[in-house]
Write a new protein. Structure first.
Length: 554
């Protein structure tokens, strides 16, 4: 930029010198023309003795010629001041031509007037001592006056041109100073703009670095939070398993205690029945135990057959299909859980590697590139980095949403499976209770048959006495045998009733325990779901559920 400024200055200096040289040459030419004209006037005044009208006209023509100034105005064609000067010069020339024409016209009018006056005076005017000398003297005076007037005009013209040259030089100098000031301002503004851009790029790079660091910290915090949640979920599941194990042990102890209480109640009932029947309570308990053992053996045999039945059935059986589908769903769910854990671990490892790489890149900045190159390339790099970070964030959000949707879907399927399993178990329990009731019904029928038989015997006794024709001893023996038969039937009936009651008690306790276990499992699943969704587990939930189950068992 400094070279171009010096070139322009040098060019303007050359133009100014050339202009001054041309003006000097024009001044010399005008001065030479003036001297020649003065010399010619002196020659004419010295040699002319008679002036004729023709010579007068010639002299008039000679005086009307104006000196020409050969200035090349093409050099200043684009200068506004020069254009204005040309307009003024042209107007002045037109005015001078008009004045010269008016002077010539006035001179001719005076000449004609003088001639008319001489003609009017008559011959006396013609007999003037020397009319030609008078006329010559008059013309000489007029020429001297015109020459003097022309010199004054040329002097004024020179002064005007000098003033115009000074004005133009002043304008050129002001123009140069304005250009230099403008160029200096442009350089200063360009420098400030470069400084501002450099500061902005530096701030942008700092902002991008801080943004990356903050995003890395946020990712680390989110990963740590997720790891904490998973660890809390695992600890909660372990605590739930421990609690469930303790509850199992407590339930086992409760079952043993209930079994002892039931045995004690059975012994008490057996003692009461023994007192009523007049038999030994131990014998009665032994008989009831034998009957219960037989019934338990039958039930175990039925369960064994029922357990072996699906394997003996056709694979197209709906029950077998349903069991296989359940098993497949459980295996698929376990596989998906393992894949999800592996994917999460891989994603965690990848994030750690990316953060370590970015830290390494930020920790070792490049110093080989120049400031201009780095400032020119940094916006593109920062934009590309922002786009990559945005793309990675979107991909991570999409993966998180997908994992969340899969988890919710599996949770929903698990809830539906548990609800369906609970309904099936309830239906099976209802079916088993119906079967037990059906097995007890023949005993009730036997009781009703015995009642009908007794009523019929009473009617037969009313109609026909069976002991008719027997002695008292025979009647006593027959009555004793009938009493023994009734006693045996009553014992059988009582034992069947006791067995039915014990089975009903066992079924009820099992149902209550199953209900309690299902509630506990539902609470565990709910807490696990809350932990996976990021919610805090509600305190006192398990306690309230255990209290509800205890109240149900009570």
């Amino acid at each position: 930029m400094s070279d171009s400024l010096e070139e322009r200055r040098r060019k303007r200096q050359q133009e100014r010198e050339e202009r001054e040289r041309k003006e000097k040459e024009e001044d010399e030419k005008r001065e030479a023309a003036r001297r020649e004209r003065a010399k010619a006037r002196e020659n004419r005044s010295a040699t002319s003795t008679d002036i004729t009208p023709t010579s007068s006209s010639e002299s008039t023509t000679t005086t009307s010629v104006k000196p020409t100034v050969s200035v090349d105005l093409n050099d200043f064609a684009d200068d506004p001041a020069m254009l204005e000067l040309q307009k003024k010069i042209k107007a002045r020339e037109e005015q001078e031509e008009a004045e010269a024409w008016e002077a010539e016209k006035k001179k001719k009018e005076e000449e004609r007037a003088r001639r008319r006056e001489e003609r009017s005076r008559g011959p006396s005017a013609a007999t003037s001592p020397n009319p030609s000398a008078d006329r010559q003297k008059l013309e000489k005076e007029q020429k001297l006056q015109e020459e003097k007037k022309r010199e004054e005009e040329e002097k004024k013209k020179k002064e005007e041109e000098k003033r115009q040259r000074e004005e133009k030089a002043r304008l050129d100098k002001e123009k140069e100073e304005e250009e230099e000031r403008r160029e200096e301002e442009e350089r200063k503004r360009a420098k400030e703009e470069r400084e501002r851009k450099r500061e902005e790029e530096k701030a942008a790079r700092t902002k991008v670095t801080e943004k990356k660091e903050s995003s890395d910290e946020e990712e680390e915090d989110s990963d740590a939070e997720e790891e904490k949640m998973r660890a809390a979920a695992r600890r909660q599941l372990k605590d739930d398993d421990d609690k469930e194990e303790e509850e199992k042990k407590s339930r086992q102890a409760g079952r043993e205690q209930e079994e002892k209480e039931r045995e004690a109640k059975k012994k008490a009932r057996a003692a009461e029945m023994a007192e009523l029947l007049g038999e030994d309570s131990d014998d009665l308990l032994k008989k009831a135990a034998a009957l219960r053992l037989e019934e338990e053996a039958e039930v175990a045999e039925a369960k064994k057959k029922e357990a072996e039945q699906p394997q003996e059935q056709d694979p197209d059986d709906p029950f077998v299909k349903e069991m296989l589908e359940k098993q497949k769903k459980r295996e698929e769910e376990q596989r998906k859980q393992r894949e999800e854990e592996e994917a999460w671990e891989a994603e965690k490892k990848r994030k750690e590697e990316e953060r370590a790489k970015r830290r390494q890149d930020r920790g070792t900045p490049s110093t080989t590139r120049s400031t201009t190159t780095s400032s020119r390339a940094s916006p593109e790099v920062s934009k590309k980095t922002d786009d990559d970070d945005k793309k990675k964030a979107e991909e991570a959000a999409a993966a998180t949403r997908k994992v969340q949707e899969e988890r919710e879907k599996r949770e929903k399927e698990r809830e539906e499976e548990k609800a369906r399993r609970l309904r099936e178990e309830e239906e099976e329990a209802a079916k088993s209770r119906a079967k037990k009731i059906d097995t007890v019904k023949p005993t009730k029928k036997l009781v009703s048959d015995s009642d009908e038989a007794s009523s019929e015997e009473e009617e037969d006794e009313d109609e026909d006495d069976p002991y008719a024709g027997m002695s008292l001893q025979q009647k006593f023996e027959a009555a004793k045998r009938e009493a023994e038969d009734y006693k045996k039937k009553l014992r059988d009936l009582l034992s069947s009733v006791a067995a039915f009651r014990s089975k009903v008690d066992d079924d009820m306790s099992k149902m209550k325990k199953e209900k309690k276990l299902l509630k506990k499992e539902n609470d565990i699943l709910r807490r696990e779901n809350d932990l996976l969704k990021g919610k805090k587990p509600k305190k006192g939930k398990s306690a309230s559920s255990s209290e509800d189950s205890d109240s149900d068992s009570d």
